[in-house]
Ligand binder design. Sequence first.
Ligand SMILES: Nc1ncnc2c1ncn2[C@@H]1O[C@H](COP(=O)(O)OP(=O)(O)OP(=O)(O)O)[C@@H](O)[C@H]1O
Length: 183
Amino acid sequence: MNRKILLISGKRKSGKDYISEKVLEIIGNEKGCIIRISEPIKSHYAKENNLDLSELMSDNKYKENYRLQMIIWSDQVRSRDPGYFCRAACENGAFKPIWIVSDIRRKTDIGWFKDTYKDQIKTVRIFADEETRKARGYIFTSGVDDGVSECGLDDYIDWDLCVTNNNSEECDESIQEILKLIS
Ligand SMILES: Nc1ncnc2c1ncn2[C@@H]1O[C@H](COP(=O)(O)OP(=O)(O)OP(=O)(O)O)[C@@H](O)[C@H]1O
């Protein structure tokens, strides 16, 4: 199947999930789906450590408590197989023609998608000011915000589209730009 695949990246609380959900609302569930690389990371991690997966999947403190440990554990898995979580995440979207991958964090993620799906890929970077991100609950965490999962794409310049999401006007404009990429 020839797909359109959006790879969405941005710092913590820049609004990756929020914008991905809004784009999906417009595209519709028939055509599109959101793929989260964090899903297989969380489900495998929860299983191994006997944790509550629904709490890990939610946008709350429980997830933040485990974020650093999950990063360390998932890096160990990635060092053996860089595409492991990307491959597992994509199994969830098999039959949909449009995929929105809402949590691209590493050059190895982009590399795996480009190698696997070639010119079906469009990359998007979302920017939000630190002040805005703080208002959304971002608190600098050592080991997370200075690590590769958060900074690995800071120097990536090959984005198909860069957008901002500091307020609802910017968010609406950004959504329109993203939709143009897959029209
Ligand atoms: N344009 C917006 N208007 C109102 N609220 C927003 C907007 N963008 C994001 N938010 C809110 O900010 C919070 C963080 O957004 P979101 O979870 O999408 O960020 P994220 O980049 O996916 O974060 P993380 O990397 O931590 O998963 C959420 O509560 C979301 O509802």
